[in-house]
Design a protein around this ligand. Sequence first.
Ligand code: ATP
Length: 318
Amino acid sequence: MTTAANLDIIGVAKSYGTFTALDNVSLAIQPGEFLTLLGPSGSGKTTLLMSLAGFVRPTRGHIVSRGKDLAQVPPHKRNFGMVFQSYSLFPHMNVAENVAYPLKLRKVSKSEITERVTRALELVQLAHLADRPIAKLSGGQKQRIALARAVVFSPDVLLMDEPLSALDKNLREAMQFEIRNLHDKLGITTVYVTHDQREALTMSDRIAVLKSGRIAQIGAPREIYDYPTDSFVAEFLGESTLLPVESRGSQYHFAGTPLRVEAGSPDARFLMVRPESSISGIPPSATATTVSMARSNARSSRATRCRSRWCWTAARPC
Ligand SMILES: Nc1ncnc2c1ncn2[C@@H]1O[C@H](COP(=O)(O)OP(=O)(O)OP(=O)(O)O)[C@@H](O)[C@H]1O
């Protein structure tokens, strides 16, 4: 068994003509980490993932794994497993043949192929379907087979691009746990792309939130959910009410009343309240566990959403 690989993304940029899809992205992915790239449509998630895979050539920057710059390493030599939304299984092969394919490419012996395919199918609990044609599988089964095929050759890194978005909600939630369990069993460094905040919060060790080709924030799920660095991250990570505050030195005021806040940056502009926060009135004698301060890049200087249990406009409950 090989040790898990690290992945260093150093100042990576990608331009298409004058359009910048990735802008100076740097990120150190730890060995065995489950890192999610999260962001709205067009933020650059797939471009970054495809750069890691070797299908997109960065305009600038470096991608380094196990101390080696991958710039000159073609996709099939990177030893990275990939899972796509569309499964990408071979329709003319049965389940076992699909899973065996990467091993055949690597010229693994027949007996070892049989053993490793059986083990990979057992991991995704589909060993009983080894002889079934791909056309006779459900969407969830197809995605499990794609997963088995991606891990059967013990890849250094597993890259997944919205692997669950074609599945219905219940199956999707079940698969989130299966993928995370598989990751924990195998310990493969994993980079996972999604635009689904819940999925990212449920599955990841860390989340990198992308906005317009840049990393807006990176951190553990709880950290970025509770302490977003700005209003974009605050709103993208879940329902929130953003209340405009004034800062005077290290003291914050809402509607003229001083707030007690344990964590906040000097340039914070908003008090963030999540729906599950338990403040019961203004002024919230707030602690960092119930509210956070976010820097401004908001579209509005007023509370921008009204979906939480507590919603305040001009310091009055609505
Ligand atoms: N080959 C290309 N030529 C020109 N522009 C491209 C190309 N590939 C991607 N882009 C642009 O780069 C930006 C980032 O695209 P990317 O697919 O990485 O976004 P994404 O965050 O994965 O979006 P989605 O969630 O919709 O898949 C988009 O504006 C896209 O239109």
